[in-house]
Design a protein around this ligand. Structure first.
Ligand code: R5P
Length: 298
């Protein structure tokens, strides 16, 4: 059976994935109307094909969620014989529990995705490790940690891996194993959507050069708080940051520039900020890890 990769909002990543898998890549048409509605049209090549649809849930998250649903619906109605939703960055994954009269956002989004009939989902480092448990379809979870660790090994001379909160400890352990380095952990308290406080450091960083690792970098508050605490505790100031999803929203770029970081590494799961920001930024591709997961099904 013929297989194709179709891109929604990530044409460059989708083309790289298609090249690695050895199938054709096509771009869907997406337009936004003045009233805020989106309209999509998928290419003819989806008819009778096994389709891997690549759509990331980067900001504007709500638009991209709706467009993912529309694209899946369009593929099914056009006659795709199988549909795999490739979601490099899973938005809403931080809303995984009910607090103060709230909703479980990740469940709502996962149910909406499953309702449009994908046979499986491929996701990169979703914020909750248990993402598959909230999805009604199988999820292949892949990680960018190996690719980012290789990029770090290539020349940053780091000597300790730091988890900037308790949630990233497992990820930090994975990097530590790849790099053969010790770990340290920051205990963080979130004050609001864009403010955090680093309360405590577990581990010794004196005289060491840290790499702070996380699944995502959003407003930069987590990295900023962790970096300041590390320096206060005697770490070397040429800090490296590695995060799978570089959202860089709100004050992120200014915050990171203010830290004079040695290197910031993210992946292409979301579009990178322009080079004019002046950050020492490297973007590592996740095309290969996604292609490896897809190759089993296409
Ligand atoms: C939270 O638990 C995540 O792993 C990240 O640490 C967090 O979402 C990063 O957000 P920000 O950059 O806004 O601090």
């Amino acid at each position: 059976m013929r297989s194709v990769v179709v891109s929604g909002n990530a044409p460059v990543l989708a083309a790289a994935i298609a090249r690695e898998v050895g199938v054709g890549a096509h771009v869907a048409h997406v337009e936004r109307f003045p009233d805020g509605e989106s309209r999509v049209a998928v290419p003819n090549q989806v008819v009778g094909a096994r389709v891997a649809l690549v759509q990331t849930l980067a900001p504007p998250v709500n638009d991209h969620v709706v467009e993912l649903l529309l694209l899946m619906d369009a593929c099914r109605r056009a006659g795709a014989t199988d549909l795999i939703a490739v979601i490099p960055y899973v938005g809403y994954a931080r809303q995984d529990r009910r607090t103060g009269g709230g909703a479980v956002g990740v469940r709502v989004v996962a149910d909406a995705i499953a309702s449009r009939g994908p046979s499986r989902i491929v996701a990169v480092d979703p914020h909750i490790a248990s993402f598959e448990a909230v999805c009604d379809v199988p999820v292949d979870t892949v990680t960018a940690a190996g690719a980012l660790a290789s990029a770090i090994r290539a020349g940053d001379g780091v000597s300790v891996v730091v988890s900037p909160d308790l949630g990233a400890v497992k990820l930090a352990e994975r990097y530590a194993l790849e790099l053969g380095l010790p770990t340290a952990v920051v205990r963080k308290r979130r004050i609001s959507g864009h403010e955090v406080e680093a309360q405590e450091l577990v581990g010794d960083v004196r005289g060491l050069r840290p790499v702070i690792v996380d699944d995502m970098l959003s407003t930069g508050g987590t990295v900023e708080a962790a970096a300041r605490l590390l320096i206060e505790r005697g770490a070397r100031p040429e800090i490296v940051v590695a995060a799978t999803h570089g959202l860089f929203v709100g004050p992120a770029v200014d915050r990171l520039r203010g830290l004079a970081l040695a290197h910031v590494m993210v992946t292409d799961t979301v579009p990178a900020p322009p080079t004019s920001t002046g950050l020492p930024l490297t973007v590592v591709s996740v095309a290969t890890v996604i292609a490896d997961a897809l190759a089993r099904h296409l």
